[in-house]
Design a protein around this ligand. Sequence first.
Ligand SMILES: Nc1cc(-c2ccc3ccn(Cc4ccccn4)c3c2)[nH]n1
Length: 244
Amino acid sequence: MRIDIISIFPDYFAPLDLSLIGRARASGLLDVRVHDLRSWTHDRHNTVDDTPYGGGPGMVMKPEPWGEALDEVVAGAPARLILPTPSGRPFRQADAERLAGEERLVFGCGRYEGIDSRVAADAALRMPVEEVSIGDYVLNGGESATLVMVEAITRLLPGVLGNTESAVQDSFASGGMENLVEGPVYTKPVMWRDQEVPPVLLSGNHGAVDRWRRDQALRKTARNRPDLVGAMPEEALDRRDREV
Ligand SMILES: Nc1cc(-c2ccc3ccn(Cc4ccccn4)c3c2)[nH]n1
């Protein structure tokens, strides 16, 4: 997969040189290219913003640099443009899984009050464009949202997660754990600050461990995400769980 990121803060993406994504890039598994939007400005001050038509606070990102940047970065090869914005469609795990199947993604990171709306409309004449929100809170720009989405998407690519990591996407869809959040996890030592590891996990009884983990995940989901429990199909609960 090739990912292009366009931003006025390219250094924001230094974390993509680290850890699993950094390793995937070094191995050639993943091709991530970060571009400074100001490379496509032509004035002395490298201007990327201007006052909003119709008045109002703040500044808006000018369309010209974006148009030139997208023309060059996309350069005829089919790509999907992702534009983080507070007003976008919610980004969910299903979107990460869907986008992990794309050959090319381009992320356009806005700042100020956003990008002139004609940029998305013009790009949509040549490529699929998605305006996406990572959550109902307002950030200062699209860079953090892009880091989140790039991580959620690229960790699903074959070979990116090593043998010791697990593709957590299954926690929402595998083995009767539909729509459940992760339950508690434990490792050595068996006793730590007067807290012991739940004995069932030391029992070697895999059936009992699976049932315990499902019960814990159900309890945690009911406590932290009642919205998910409501969405759980009745048949997803076995008889014992209905007693929870
Ligand atoms: N889930 C999200 C995404 C964003 C986001 C994404 C891109 C931009 C470009 C500018 N801003 C600031 C801003 C503030 C107020 C209204 C409009 N935009 C962004 C915010 N916030 N929360």
